[in-house]
Design a protein around this ligand. Structure first.
Ligand code: PRP
Ligand code: URA
Length: 209
């Protein structure tokens, strides 16, 4: 079964409280989503392999660690996932970006895919799917399906807030995928929103409400 890693760090906890607050401005919300994304990426990349290379400091030659060069793609689920891309790229600047457009039907809560554009060599890359919210898990599960259809094997899911229902769904449908989250919340309400959550992530990032 895939593991759930809830990032246990005071900076993440503090910033999560600010974005949950309904009085936080669009500007602050957007900036903090990016910052928290960066901090969760730090945890999600903990298993990246290292090799060594010889460099010269001002004092001497020395053999030092460097990333082994495994290729990564960050894959935002549009729209709200876009808010996390910048944070991941600040940590992993060489990563490519694969976009998946998906929206959740407000009545049925079923995800609908409307766009998917990936780098040509996506099957050779480690994938970090990003979306602020893991609610029922329908959108994330469908995004993982899309990436697996394209041959991707090593997939991680990075979210800000996870609901137990969404975690269960991913662990059951994609047991090979680990989840990295800023917080694990209590439950979903009758409209499929995470409680206490932070509301509609896309609307809060883009100011569309
Ligand atoms: C939100 C969120 C996730 C999805 C989570 O997107 O960003 O993609 O809902 O819900 P689920 O786990 O039940 O599938 P939404 O469909 O509102 O689209 P948006 O990003 O365009 O706002
Ligand atoms: N999508 C959101 O943006 N927020 C939720 O709480 C659930 C789904």
């Amino acid at each position: 079964m895939g593991k759930l890693h809830v990032v246990d760090h005071p900076l993440v906890a503090h910033k999560m409280t600010i974005i949950r607050n309904k009085h936080t401005s669009v500007k602050d919300f957007r900036e903090l989503v990016s910052e928290i994304g960066m901090l969760i990426t730090y945890e999600a990349t903990r298993d990246l392999r290292l090799t060594t290379k010889v460099i010269e400091t001002p004092l001497c030659k020395t053999e030092q660690p460097t990333l082994a060069g495994k290729k990564i793609a960050v894959c935002p689920i549009l729209r709200a996932g876009l808010g996390l891309v910048d944070g991941v790229l600040r940590m992993v600047p060489s990563a490519r970006v694969a976009h998946i457009g998906m929206y959740r039907d407000e009545e049925t809560l079923e995800p609908h895919t409307y766009f998917c554009k990936t780098p040509k060599d996506i099957a050779d890359r480690d994938i970090i799917i990003v979306d602020p919210m893991l609610a029922t898990g329908g959108s994330a599960a469908a995004a993982i399906d899309e990436m697996k259809k394209r041959g991707c094997k090593n997939i991680k899911l990075l979210v800000l807030v996870a609901a137990p229902e969404g975690v269960k769904r991913i662990q059951e449908s994609h047991p090979d995928v680990d989840i990295y989250a800023g917080a694990l919340d209590e439950c979903l309400n009758e409209h499929g929103y995470i409680v206490p959550g932070l509301g509609d992530a896309g609307d809060r990032i883009f100011g569309t409400k």
